[in-house]
Design a protein around this ligand. Sequence first.
Ligand SMILES: [Zn+2]
Length: 345
Amino acid sequence: MKKIKNFRVTAKLFAVILALTSMFALAGCDLLDSILGDNDREINDGMRVYFLDVGQGDAVFVRFASGETMLIDAGRWNLTHNSFRSRIREFFPDQERMQFDWFITTHSHADHIGSADYIVNNSYIRNIVRPITFTQAEVNAGAYREFGISEGNARMQQTATFQRFVTAMETSTWTDGSDTNIYIPMAGKYFYVGPLGSRARVTFYSPTVYNYNPGTNSFNVNHYSTIFCIYFAGQRIMFTGDAYYLNERHVLDNLPTDVSVLDVGHHGSNTSSGRTFLEHIRPTYAIIQVGIPETGNGYNHPHQVVLNRLNDVDAIVKRTDQLGDILIQVCAETSQKRVGALVPA
Ligand SMILES: [Zn+2]
């Protein structure tokens, strides 16, 4: 098994950057939103975030201002009514293999990593953030120790889908033939994407090694969802996978306020998007990745109580079951000012 690396963690710097980000948020450019197909409005010099309609599941493709790419989750395992594999290929029209600088998987459920093995097997990938769960073989080998997780906190996810993903990662490479870097998300860790002048920052707030299924002995992979935020040009785009109230509350004090876009947790289920959480982050836009019943939504997601809560914090709701793919764009101009001020040359 390949070495699993930790992100750079610099607590002091982390605090400073958060403060500066807050200061410069006011200078951020307007968020553009549009529906795919309206190509006239696509911008070239900013960040584009495509919330793909994969039925009842999650998949988000990001093209950063620097040109680097990120995939967040990889759709459902069941390909019926799922155009994810052909859809994601459309972003790489002239390439036999797709190319992702980052592939982040929020957790190991099949509506999020359903095509993760397909992605890894058909792409060059520079960095993978894998779920913080382990296969039986990895648990037996003590793989969790490589990033400081105790045996008691190491959780096993023994599904065929997850196993396929883990197996695929073992031979994954980047374009130059070097091994893909494999990371585990942890609260407080972050990385940058792109050079100075068009730089984005991605910061993780969850999981912590301590909050797995707090107060209960039951094991639910959703509790292991990573909560993270992309910062770019004074805008904040937050992802929570299928995290529950418990997870939201656990990390609430560390979360940014005035989030530009929230990828609504757990497809709008009433397990998530608690009132306290929403009142803290105050999302301008709330994107719900959810399917119609024929694409696996047997849960009546999104739940009305969540839609009510989003309405109460004045979030503008957009749903993939109603709109198909949803594109959020952030223009880059003020990013250059902001980053220039943040990190003087
Ligand atoms: Zn899900």
